[in-house]
Design a protein around this ligand. Structure first.
Ligand code: EPU
Length: 343
């Protein structure tokens, strides 16, 4: 376990916001975490904030408290049969490293999530998703430690209340109360590619790959190429991926919008609800590629806000609020941040 005082978080948030934390603790195993929690973190300033790679948060100020980082990166096979394997992965593992490992082992299902930034633990909290796959499709169980008393508590998938970019761990009652220590995934021994999402088939064909005979590695490589083409690399330009979630609106409102904008892209959720891409709403409001001071809207994917260099949390937040106001004024839709503001 490593404890650092007055430590810069510049390398611990992908927005590259230059703030400090009073204390940063990186722990190596569950026992260290449990012991600190049992002891009520008595040696450390509160509040306690557990982060992963900081790829979904925006620091508004220096963090006056203790930041926890997990170094639990073990991968264990729990059980397997001819078709399925259940694997437990440590919360501190980089999600993309885990996906690469799985493909190498012949464990399939997570290919479409390739290159999403962040760690395994955070993936289960955020219910990350891309190109037609959500991580909850493959989660069996999420193992946590209570930050209040250090006790183990485990949630079966059905208890996690998974939905689009949502889980029980994001609710006020659970947020900050538990740290994910490992996630159990159910993966397939047989590779069944998920190619339905627009763009994948075209990209595979562009590479000369037969879509009836695509390998998991080929699919992963194409997903990585699509992401690299559309999304800014946080190592080059600070960002947290999609800043907003795609809004789910009532069908009546969607129909009204469609009368005016005949080509509005959309995905049917159920009889009454439709999801509209926030990227489209933001582009219609003229924000694509624009910037405001040190905060900008990415020129290829307007759902992504970027740090133009030296931005503070306030700069990004001000831009986000302007965009939210404009989208609301024009379409009557409130787009909510996917990124968490940390004060
Ligand atoms: N669009 C525009 N203008 C643009 C870009 C997109 O109008 O400049 C419209 C198009 O109609 C396009 C639609 O938006 O078809 C969807 O765009 P895209 O496929 O890029 O996906 P998204 O809905 O904007 C979501 C996820 C991404 C994920 C992609 C691919 C959310 C909040 N974001 O974005 O996740 O990579 O789908 O599956 O659901 C992330 O969460 O950080 C993230 C990058």
């Amino acid at each position: 376990m490593q404890v650092k005082q007055n430590y810069s978080l510049l390398n611990h948030n992908t927005f590259a916001i230059d703030v400090r934390a009073n204390v940063v603790i990186s722990y190596d195993n569950e026992e260290e975490l449990k012991e600190m929690a049992r002891d009520g973190f008595s040696n450390y300033p509160r509040p306690i904030l557990h982060i992963g790679h900081g790829s979904n948060l925006l620091f508004m100020n220096d963090f006056e408290g203790t930041v926890l980082l997990s170094n639990i990166t073990t991968i264990e096979v729990l059980r397997e049969d001819d078709t399925e394997i259940v694997v437990r992965a440590g919360a501190g593992l980089t999600m993309d490293d885990f996906i690469e490992h799985c493909i190498g082992q012949g464990w399939y299902g997570l290919e479409n999530l390739s290159l999403i930034p962040g760690q395994v633990g955070a993936s289960a909290v955020q219910n990350i998703g891309a190109y037609g796959v959500e991580v909850c499709d493959h989660i069996k169980r999420v193992n946590c430690v209570s930050l209040t008393d250090g006790k183990e508590i485990s949630f079966a998938r059905e208890e996690c209340d998974y939905a689009y970019r949502h889980s029980i761990f994001k609710t006020p009652e659970y947020r900050g109360a538990y740290a994910v220590v490992s996630v159990e995934f159910s993966l397939n021994k047989r590779f069944t590619p998920q190619l339905a999402y627009g763009g994948i088939v075209k990209s595979l064909q562009g590479e000369g790959i037969d879509i009836n005979n695509v390998s998991a590695k080929q699919l992963r490589d194409v997903i990585i190429a699509i992401r690299n083409d559309k999304l800014p690399d946080p190592k080059v330009q600070g960002n947290a991926g999609s800043f907003f979630m795609n809004p789910i609106v009532r069908k009546e409102l969607f129909k009204e919008i469609q009368q005016k904008y005949i080509d509005v892209p959309h995905y049917t959720i159920d009889e009454q609800h439709v999801k509209i891409p926030a990227a489209w709403l933001i582009e219609q409001c003229g924000w694509k590629g624009r910037s405001h001071g040190k905060a900008g809207v990415h020129h290829k994917q307007p759902l992504v806000l970027v740090n133009m260099g030296g931005a503070r949390g306030e700069d990004i937040k001000a831009l986000a609020e302007e965009i939210q106001r404009d989208v609301n004024a024009r379409f009557g839709i409130r787009i909510n941040a996917e990124v968490n503001y940390i004060y």
